[in-house]
Design a protein around this ligand. Structure first.
Ligand code: DGY
Length: 322
């Protein structure tokens, strides 16, 4: 019997390519060429499965061009690059990589919060530019993190990890907003209080976005929401581009209507809104919240495990269209 054919759409750990090649006939993009949708579709035409990252869109057009396709394993917990309804209608299973990146991503959320509130990159640029010639009482004085109020929008696994760090590690008061309220035991463990979004935005000293992207979540934070925030507040987005209206945020930062922002994700990334590049009070990172070597390995392993389990007949391990 012929082996399933798999497309690995982006470069990944070479030993994981080898592992997949032990099970499948593999076409691997180890040169990491950024294929256009048409090039991707041409390569998918004879494939039974695919290994993707968040940067390949799996939509009705790609599915129509992939008649043999049965599974797409995304190396990401987020899967807004999938049109899940179209995949389900076409009988294609989608999988993601939950759990393995939760704590690492929560660590990064905190790193970005601290860097933003304490003006880390702004002060480093100042030092590297040779501008530091004396100590002064208000130089790069930022916002307090410990003991302040954190508002978390999106209280899934990563949001809960952030809440634990905030409440237990930094003595913060934690407010959260989510589609549904957590069970009382989980709320108690996270020391988090459920509230509506407007109250959260008004009361928080720092707002952290950790919700998945969906059309309903588009511009969850726009001009009206930014106007509710304290002028001393910071906004951190480790969720997805498109959840924040980046143009409105750039204006709010320029006009100091909020104090600062920390952004790991952007509308239309890898492009970044030019207004964000112009203001000093924003910390910008290139979508690296899950980027530690062990975590990226675990994500790649889980995506590979999904393909292997599916074609072994054991079923996908972490399907998203159940
Ligand atoms: C995820 O897992 O969804 C991340 O954003 C990709 O690293």
């Amino acid at each position: 019997m012929s082996r399933p054919r798999i497309l690995i759409a982006r470069a990944i750990f070479p030993d994981i390519v080898e592992r997949l090649a032990a099970h499948f006939d593999v076409e691997a993009n180890q040169d990491d060429v950024l294929w256009s949708p048409a090039e991707l579709a041409a390569r998918m035409a004879d494939k039974d499965g695919a290994f993707t990252t968040g940067s390949q869109r799996v939509d009705a057009a790609l599915l129509a061009a992939s008649p043999r396709l049965r599974i797409v394993a995304n190396m990401a917990v987020g899967y807004n690059n999938f049109d899940v309804a179209a995949m389900t209608a076409a009988g294609v299973v989608g999988t993601n990589t939950p759990d393995v990146l939760t704590e690492t991503t929560a660590d990064f959320g905190f790193a970005l919060l601290l860097a933003t509130a304490r003006r880390l990159t702004e002060s480093e640029h100042f030092l590297r530019a040779g501008l530091w010639n004396r100590w002064s009482y208000d130089m790069f004085a930022g916002a307090e993190v410990h003991g302040s109020t954190l508002g978390i929008v999106g209280m899934g696994r990563i949001g809960q990890g952030i809440a634990r760090r905030a409440a237990h590690g930094f003595g913060m008061r934690v407010l959260y907003h989510n589609r549904s309220r957590l069970a009382p035991a989980l709320e108690a463990e996270c020391k988090a209080t459920y509230t509506d979004k407007a109250t959260l935005l008004r009361e928080a000293d720092h707002v952290m976005l950790v919700l998945p992207y969906s059309p309903e979540a588009h511009h969850t934070i726009g001009a009206a929401e930014l106007a509710l925030m304290k002028p001393t507040a910071t906004l951190v987005n480790i969720a997805r581009g498109g959840i924040v209206d980046d143009a409105a945020l750039a204006r709010a930062l320029r006009e100091r209507r909020i104090a600062a922002a920390g952004l790991d994700v952007f509308e239309g990334e890898p492009a970044v809104h030019p207004g964000l590049l112009e203001v000093p009070n924003v910390v910008l990172t290139p979508h690296i919240a899950s980027a530690t070597v062990p975590t990226r390995r675990a994500m790649a392993q889980l995506a590979a495990d999904n393909l292997i389990a599916f074609f072994d007949g054991r079923g996908p391990l972490t399907p998203v269209n159940t």
